[in-house]
Design a protein around this ligand. Structure first.
Ligand code: PHE
Ligand code: FE
Length: 287
């Protein structure tokens, strides 16, 4: 939960690191009901679509139970598994605050939940996106290391003036990543697993391109925040993703200074193409 443009001091009532109490007792029955509805909808789809690490994480954290989970209860398990914890924040936080939390194995999550008329789409990440979408993957030791490294890398990228490039890596992995497995293509991105429509679209629709993940390529590719993705990048495994990002990014950032962005739906001669998308969906939305 970070956003370009959020700056300044934390809002009234928040701590200097922008965290607040979750205030679990203040959720209404109707709010818990929204969680349960979203949870049930996703669980009809995700077995066979989400990767094993995600499904195992959901199970380990017991995220269904009584509706919106109490962070304290989630954290008891999560700390034991990978040393991560979830902290509540009032909404979007400044980039450096976000990175600082990740670098210390804390995932900032919104406490609010969407209204019943916003089940399919909302602008700001809520507790369902943040906790159902992101937290299960943090139980995986390799992904847990990747997210911490990302936080450290975020602080560096900011200093080097290349946050735009690094943010694309986050977008196309943590939010919208797909993974190749022996059983087939699987989802690990939080933006997909927390969306009913995109959980189907990302894997099954002929419209988007699906390309083998390449770090530099991803960093040159802009993304859209207002609709389904036009391109997904597919990692061979979490281990390979982590290995690809362990290198020092500074020389890569230097190279990117003279490498132009790649249009969102373009396929280049260097791409390893899994699906050459029709882009029919994107075209239909542009009219
Ligand atoms: N290796 C990156 C750097 O040198 C840090 C990083 C690791 C970024 C993992 C993202 C993911 O800045
Ligand atoms: Fe997210």
């Amino acid at each position: 939960m970070s956003a370009d443009g959020v700056t300044g001091p934390p809002p009234l009532g928040a701590r200097p690191d922008w965290t607040i109490d979750q205030g679990w007792d203040r959720y209404t029955a109707a709010e818990h009901e929204v969680w349960l509805t979203l949870y049930r909808r996703q669980m009809e789809l995700l077995p066979g679509r989400a990767c094993d690490a995600f499904l195992k994480g959901l199970e380990a954290l017991d995220l269904h139970g009584q509706g919106i989970p109490e962070f304290g209860r989630v954290n008891a398990q999560l700390r034991r598994l990978t040393g991560w914890s979830v902290v509540a924040v009032p909404g979007l936080v400044p980039d450096e605050v976000f990175f600082e939390h990740l670098a210390n194995r804390r995932f900032p999550a919104g406490r609010f939940i969407r209204r019943p008329d916003q089940l399919d789409y909302l602008q700001e990440p809520d507790v369902f996106h943040d906790v159902f979408g992101h937290v299960p993957m943090l139980t995986d030791p390799v992904f847990a290391d990747y997210m911490q490294a990302y936080g450290e890398g975020g602080l560096r990228a900011q200093g080097l003036g290349h946050l735009t490039n690094l943010a694309r890596l986050y977008w196309y992995t943590v939010e919208f990543g797909l993974m190749q497995t022996p059983a087939g293509l699987r989802i690990y991105g939080a933006g997909i697993v927390s969306s009913r429509a995109e959980s189907v679209f990302a894997l099954d629709d002929p419209s988007p391109n699906r390309l083998v993940f390449d770090l530099e390529r991803v960093m040159r590719t802009p993304y859209r925040i207002d609709d389904f993705q036009q391109v997904y990048f597919v990692i061979p495994s979490l281990e390979r993703l982590l290995a690809a990002t362990l290198q020092d990014f500074a020389p890569l950032y230097d190279r990117l200074e003279s490498a132009p962005d790649i249009a969102i739906a373009a396929i280049t001669a260097d791409d390893q193409v899994l699906t050459r998308g029709t882009q029919a969906y994107a075209r239909s939305r542009a009219q």
